[in-house]
Write a protein that binds this ligand. Structure first.
Ligand code: GCU
Length: 324
């Protein structure tokens, strides 16, 4: 491999190099969070560890980088839960459309670390474990033509993540789902292989999709988190004290990432609108929601692993409604 990965345990100047792969640019909140992770680990365990961050899918797409993390060729990867569905069924829950009633509820569920730990351990058999989560905002449709009502999706080819649940969702909306890796989306839109995609606002600027798709519609179908995933053998090989440093570094990276997120979204909207000529469209969210709500029951029936967490989230949705 071009980067000379020498497998687990590689040492430079007597230090163990920790490699982290992610798919975003260096200005993305996740990269900024990971810089805080690096700094914290090196401040506390710098005589032993050095952290190297590889952005922009340099080490491969999320799916490739997960495989590298599984084998221990690298130590950590940031991957959306859509990419984890094939390793643990429970992660399908986050692809369920309109699962959380608000971003506040979404964040409170994700920040409940005691609850999430159970989910984080669900990929142990696959050789990796989640150590923290990152906010990846709310996903919305964007395309070459304006999407104002669900009918406008009819006949459009829309890129989705390589997740069966997301494929089912986009098809239920009446579009034709086209699953592909994140890095392929720009060219696919540009060359009319697809008509659009769905993502948070940062995809317009950090990934330049706003250059090729000029209409972004706030239909708010999903909040899909990203996960910082670590090789299990590496994590288990740490002393309890070292493990704690890595966990604290991970929690700190989430704090930084979340604080940066809102700022970056505001900035992305400004750039998309004023420099790229993207039009932001407010839509009747309920009209979109009604199209895909039957998927809740269907997914719960087909995947018993998501039932507990679904009920947990519904309880929190209900409590928030009562408090109003
Ligand atoms: C977001 C998310 C990534 C994901 C990407 C995608 O950028 O943060 O983890 O891979 O969307 O749609 O593939």
């Amino acid at each position: 491999m071009a980067f000379g990965l020498t497998g687990c345990g590689s040492l430079t100047n007597g230090k163990r190099i920790i490699r982290i792969s992610h798919a975003q640019s260096e200005t993305h909140p996740e990269h900024l969070g990971l810089l805080a992770f690096k700094e914290y680990v090196e401040e506390n365990l710098g005589d032993k560890y050095e952290v190297e961050i590889f952005p922009n899918e340099l080490l491969g797409s999320a799916q490739k980088a997960i495989e590298l993390t599984q084998t221990g060729a690298i130590d950590f990867v940031v991957a959306g839960t859509a990419n984890l569905e094939t390793f643990a069924d429970v992660y399908e829950i986050f692809s369920m459309p309109y699962l959380f009633d608000s971003e506040e509820i979404y964040k409170s569920v994700m920040q409940d670390t005691d609850y999430m730990e159970k989910i984080y351990e669900s990929t142990d058999d696959a050789g990796f474990r989640v150590v923290t989560w990152y906010n990846a905002g709310t996903r919305n449709f964007y395309a070459k033509t304006p999407i104002r009502t669900p009918d406008d999706l009819k006949g459009l080819k829309i890129r989705v993540q390589q997740s069966p649940a997301s494929v089912a969702m986009v098809n239920a909306f009446g579009a034709a789902a086209s699953p592909m890796g994140f890095g392929e989306v720009y060219t696919a839109i540009q060359q009319n292989v697809i008509d659009g995609a769905e993502n948070n606002e940062l995809a317009l600027t950090n990934n330049k999709h706003g250059e090729v798709a000029k209409y972004y519609s706030y239909n708010k179908h999903q909040m899909v988190p990203d996960m910082l995933v670590g090789n299990l053998k590496f994590l288990e090989g740490l002393s309890p004290e070292e493990y704690q440093v890595f966990k604290d570094a991970a929690a700190l990276s989430t704090e930084v990432e979340m604080a940066e997120w809102d700022k970056c979204v505001d900035e992305a909207k400004d750039i998309a609108q004023n420099q790229m000529g993207v039009e932001f469209i407010d839509v009747d969210v309920d009209a979109f929601k009604q199209k895909v709500l039957p998927l809740h029951e269907q997914m719960l029936k087909e995947n018993p692993k998501i039932v507990d967490v679904y009920n947990h989230i519904q309880e929190i949705n209900e409590k928030a409604k009562e408090a109003k």
